[in-house]
Design a protein around this ligand. Structure first.
Ligand code: GDP
Ligand code: ZN
Length: 459
């Protein structure tokens, strides 16, 4: 989307639309022609007044033949008291596909242009209604897969992130102002204590590094973890899957995976959305490779952020378990899970020694050890403490924050060399620009387009 043109009015269906689903669908218009188009298409009987933020009842009518298209409500919101700060009109139509599409067609025929993805939010940003972190939080809210992810997006929407970043940027601007003043008017001003400047730059750098480190957890909440469950046939993979999803009562889908041989299940564990990949349906055959499901395990492991390798405590750690373990790519967090602890006679030790590393024992049958497994898995993925998270940078913001921290580091190195003040300011300016790009105070057209194009249409 490009910046709003004067006279340009955009329109889109603002609700999720599916055949036969949803009782209400909204067609939203924004721009100077919004109200005029609304008046052309909407017939409100009686003496209803067209006032801002006041709902009208009536019918959407095709101006070509006067035919009623839908019974609807119409909500005009005049600038600047609207999401985009432009004139906005919403048609609240009947859900489903047919009526709402017809209304959108009429709106477009009456002179509106179909909005691009995120174009409403982009206008809200360009008109000063939202800073960039809040606009991005809207997209994150829509995409949130768990309550915690939605809360985090809400914190972004409330401006928590914007305040943190702007606060840091202000502190850098204060230091820049001090330095610049000395460059130009050294003799007219009290002497500047370089150690104080450096201490402040260090403090801001530390804060940025903390934000960058925490953002990994925010990313987990936003995007979720893909966890592969692998193990020999009959060790209890499906039972574990059922245990995890049943206890949470949050299982959403049992979709066939991207390949027909993988079962994907979405669930939420301790606030973290997970997709479990199970190499389901592997049956014992004579073919060793087929029996272990080596190929399927490879597929499950390929896209996994973490791996649960199940083995049977009764059978102990076997060569076949080791063979599967050798498939786990280097660097992917791996948790060994000894299953069927309930069947192990008290005092009996399992045979075979599993390799060193994180290990839990559970019973997928009774649920024993389930909480330990969840804690160990999330801890292993760095998702252990998502509850304490206040704000979190997304990928774009993290890159900028990390680069700003690096710039400050360079500025500190320059300072340590005892170079004149104006040398200090070079990288300091870079850091300030980077933080400005996070909130949108300094951001290029091209970046804006990329950000808003990730939104869905109608937002
Ligand atoms: P998969 O082939 O790895 O998916 O294994 P399943 O989940 O289908 O389980 C294979 C068999 O082991 C089934 O008969 C389960 O009831 C049994 N089983 C699974 N977990 C446990 C457990 O913790 N204890 C006991 N005693 N049996 C289990
Ligand atoms: Zn299974």
């Amino acid at each position: 989307p490009s910046p709003p043109l004067p006279g340009d009015t955009i329109a889109a269906i603002a609700t999720a639309v599916a055949a036969g689903a949803g009782s209400v669908a909204i067609v939203r218009l924004s721009g100077p022609q919004a109200e005029a188009i609304g008046r052309r298409l909407f017939v409100a009987p009686g003496a209803q007044a067209w006032e801002s933020h006041r709902v009208l009842y009536g019918h959407v009518v095709d101006p070509a033949d006067g035919q009623r298209v839908d019974e609807a409500l119409l909500l005009p919101m005049r600038a600047p008291r609207s999401f985009t700060r432009e004139d906005v009109v919403e048609f609240h139509c009947h859900g489903g596909l047919v009526a709402v599409r017809r209304v959108l067609e009429l709106v477009l025929a009456a002179g509106a242009r179909l909005a691009g993805p995120g174009e409403f939010s982009q206008r809200a940003f360009l008109n000063g209604r939202l800073d960039l972190t809040r606009a991005e939080a809207i997209a994150e809210m829509i995409a949130a897969r768990s309550q915690r992810a939605a809360e985090l997006a809400m914190a972004g929407l409330d401006g928590g992130l914007q305040r943190r970043i702007s606060g840091l940027r202000e502190r850098l601007l204060d230091q820049l102002a001090e330095l610049e003043a000395r460059v130009d008017f050294e003799e007219d001003l009290p002497p500047l204590d370089g150690t104080l400047v450096r201490a402040e730059l260090e403090a801001v750098r530390d804060e940025l590094e903390r934000l960058v480190a925490e953002s990994r957890q925010g990313e987990l909440l936003r995007e979720g973890l893909r966890v592969a469950i692998v193990g020999r046939p009959n060790v209890g993979k499906s039972s574990l899957l059922n245990l995890l999803s049943r206890r949470e009562r949050a299982i959403v889908t049992d979709l066939p995976g991207t390949t027909r041989d993988l079962l994907e299940s979405d669930l939420v564990l301790d606030g973290v959305p997970l997709t479990l990949l199970d190499t389901a349906g592997i049956r014992a055959t004579d073919d060793r490779v087929e029996r272990l499901g080596i190929e399927r395990s490879r597929q499950a492991l390929a896209g996994a952020d973490a791996v649960l390798l199940l083995f049977d405590l009764l059978a102990g750690w076997t060569a076949a378990d080791q063979e599967l373990m050798d498939l786990v790519p280097e660097g992917v967090p791996l948790l060994l899970v000894g299953n069927k602890s309930d069947a192990l006679p008290p005092g009996a030790a399992s045979t075979g020694v599993p390799p060193d590393g994180p290990l839990v024992t559970i019973s997928a049958l009774t649920g024993a050890g389930r909480d330990d497994l969840v804690a160990a898995l999330l801890g292993l993925c760095g998702a252990g403490d998502v509850q304490g998270l206040q704000v979190a940078l997304n990928g774009r913001q993290r890159q900028l924050a990390a680069a700003a921290a690096t710039s400050l580091e360079r500025s500190l190195e320059t300072a340590a060399l005892g170079l004149p003040w104006d040398f200090w300011t070079i990288d300091l300016r870079g850091a300030i620009a980077g933080l400005g790009a996070i909130t949108g105070e300094e951001v290029s057209e091209a970046v804006l387009e990329r950000i808003f194009s990730r939104f869905c249409i109608g937002k």
